[in-house]
Design a protein around this ligand. Structure first.
Ligand code: ADP
Ligand code: MG
Length: 591
């Protein structure tokens, strides 16, 4: 008896949807690409609840006629290719005819379209879970509007798998960045829950980058350009001093399509060698145009990976052109003939250079000394406020783990503390101990009602991109609770006016970078709750100046505080804090 069956169309579509539609941002990508392929000049994206409730894209492109509207949600229905030869001459973003059928099989979709300039009548099709539920003539202007409601409503397992709104919104913003950058000649509007996140007029590439990443990115850009027969390279890299610990703002566009490619990324990193620290990453916006027949886009359902015929040559060309630009920039200010970007800078600011933020801090500040006593900030550069000296900083308690009262302890190499317990000798990694102590302090403080806060006399301005700002907003309340004060301004700036007094103020910038690097907790291996993540990152930063020669009293207090911790063995980052050498091991040394 035959046991092989052909799957029903809607089941096949749901399986295909698993590849094409992973999350709301995949829908956003596919719908925006369809609008671009339709020749639209203006594309508007509206989402609700990070796309979980609604994703709507409205364009003024070619529109879809009545007959095609009935077909466009069928699998492999495409107007973009007709035979396999076309696969190697692709000028459109889509071609597989899978997106609408996949999306329609896992959501409630309504497509309204009119393909005629001089008519205000169009058609509307509604499909739920892959089944057509309505088809009507409706009033519509030329173009297409597609709304996708309740993604994965019919696959609860997938819907439950979606991350928090913040995470999903970040994915959507990332996708939007890619599409808005590579299609700078198109107007885009992007609104989330009635909050307009982007309103971008068509412009040259450079202006689009500045519009997307904030006005101050203009001064960071160095142009890169190279024309060869195998590839035309055009774009920008960030000056080395603006490299960051996070791998953000890295874009390759091959023939207008955003792609991920480690090989090309490696080429850029190589060009920066010696100019940036190893764990820092350059930002770049590189468009590479190659002859259509030399690439294969059809190797990945999302088309974000591409095979090149000439990847070795392109690798070499990329290194040399980026190196050349970086070199030019080091010798003389780059002359950029596209610099007449009109960003409506008020005249009086135009010729002024940006003020470099300066933070004054108390050099003598040592978190060891402050553990037991209420924080006493002597530096005149800080205005101290709202500190309540209840028991919250008193992490020393009666638990003593057999350490003797007088605690003989001394420092070795400014990095280790040696002490003893009943069993023998204990070697403590000073930095990790400090992280553990501070981690537990911060965790405890997060459950306090009110925390100490130090107002900076000179507020610090830091810049982030939109998705990073959205993320920082999401952790803002925890940070405020811990004594931070910051305001989010337009233009991707945040202004920090107060911090927790235990922090090394010199490193606040790095601290915020780390919040972003460790990122959203729902995708985070380090922590499962926001409070925990915040406490971990803060503990890391409060331990920076730990490896210094410290006075005896502070050493002893550190040892006490460490062994009063809930877990004194493992640092918040999973590393061993101390190791013992037992008396019997010691006696073995002398056998
Ligand atoms: P593909 O883009 O790979 O062709 P899709 O499933 O994304 O496949 O879309 C199917 C077809 O529907 C497209 O080939 C196109 O003809 C039509 N279509 C989809 N979106 C639009 C749009 N916004 N404007 C005009 N036509 C569209
Ligand atoms: Mg498509």
């Amino acid at each position: 008896m035959s046991i092989i069956k052909l799957l029903p169309e809607n089941v096949a579509n749901q399986i295909a949807a698993g590849e094409v539609v992973q999350r709301p941002s995949s829908v956003v990508k596919e719908l925006l690409e369809n609008s671009i392929d339709s020749g639209a000049q203006t594309i508007k994206l509206y989402i609700k609840d990070a796309g979980k409730t609604l994703i709507q894209v409205i364009d003024n492109g070619s529109g879809i006629d009545k007959d095609d509207l009935k077909l466009c949600c069928l699998r492999h229905a495409t107007s973009k290719i007709t035979n396999s030869k076309d696969l190697f001459n692709l000028k459109t973003m889509g071609f597989r005819g899978e997106a609408l059928s996949s999306i329609a099989s896992v959501s409630q979709i309504t497509i309204t379209s009119n393909c005629l300039e001089d008519s205000n009548l169009g058609n509307q099709i509604k499909i739920e879970g892959g089944k057509q539920t309505a088809f009507n003539e409706v009033v519509a202007i030329k173009g297409t509007s597609i709304s996708v409601k309740n993604l994965f409503y019919n696959i609860p397992a997938r819907r439950n798998f979606l991350k928090s709104d913040n995470v999903e919104l970040k994915h959507i913003i990332d996708e939007f960045h890619r599409i808005a950058l590579s299609n700078h000649k198109i107007n885009f509007v992007f609104t989330n829950n009635d909050n307009e996140l982007f309103n971008l007029n068509k412009s040259i590439f450079k202006e689009r980058i500045i519009r997307v990443f904030g006005r101050s990115s203009e001064q960071k850009l160095i142009p890169v350009e190279e024309n060869t027969e195998i590839a035309k390279i055009k774009g920008f890299v960030f000056k080395p001093e603006y490299s960051r610990k996070t791998r953000s703002s890295q874009f390759f566009f091959i023939n207008g399509r955003f792609i991920k490619n480690n090989h090309l990324h490696h080429a850029i990193k190589t060009a920066y060698k010696g100019l940036i620290l190893d764990d820092y990453h350059p930002s770049y916006f590189i468009k590479i145009d190659v002859p259509l027949e030399t690439i294969d886009v059809n190797i990945h359902p999302n088309k974000t990976e591409i095979k090149f015929d000439n990847d070795q040559s392109i690798y070499a060309i990329l290194i040399s052109s980026v190196k050349h630009s970086l070199g030019q920039f080091n010798i003389s200010p780059t002359i950029d003939f596209n610099s007449n970007v009109n960003l409506n800078t008020p005249y009086s600011f135009k010729d002024k250079s940006a003020n470099i933020p300066r933070v004054e801090y108390d050099q003598a500040f040592n978190p060891f000394n402050n553990l037991k006593n209420p924080v006493d900030v002597k530096s005149k550069d800080f205005v101290f406020e709202s500190y309540e000296s209840d028991d919250k900083l008193n992490v020393v308690d009666e638990m003593n783990l057999g350490l003797s009262d007088s605690l003989p302890a001394f420092q070795l190499d400014s990095r280790y503390v040696i002490t003893k317990n009943r069993a023998g000798l204990v070697i403590i990694n000073q930095k990790r101990a400090q992280q553990r102590i501070m981690y537990e302090v911060f965790l405890k403080e997060l459950s306090n009602k009110k925390n100490p806060s130090q107002t900076l006399l000179f507020p610090l301005k830091l810049e982030f991109d939109n998705s990073e700002i959205e993320y920082l907003k999401s952790i803002k309340s925890s940070l405020i609770h811990l004594g931070f004060k910051f305001t989010v301004f337009d233009d991707n700036l945040i202004e920090i006016s107060a911090v927790h007094p235990f922090l090394n103020h010199e490193l606040i910038n790095n601290l915020f970078q780390d919040f972003i690097e460790y990122g959203d907790i729902s995708e985070n291996k380090l922590s499962h709750t926001l409070n925990d993540l915040v406490a971990k990152v803060l503990s890391k930063h409060s331990s920076y100046n730990t490896n210094v020669k410290t006075n005896q009293k502070a050493i002893e207090m550190m040892v006490n505080n460490l062994f009063a911790c809930k877990d004194s063995r493992i640092s918040p980052f999973g590393k061993l804090i101390h190791k013992s050498i037992s008396l019997s091991e010691i006696s073995n040394f002398f056998k």
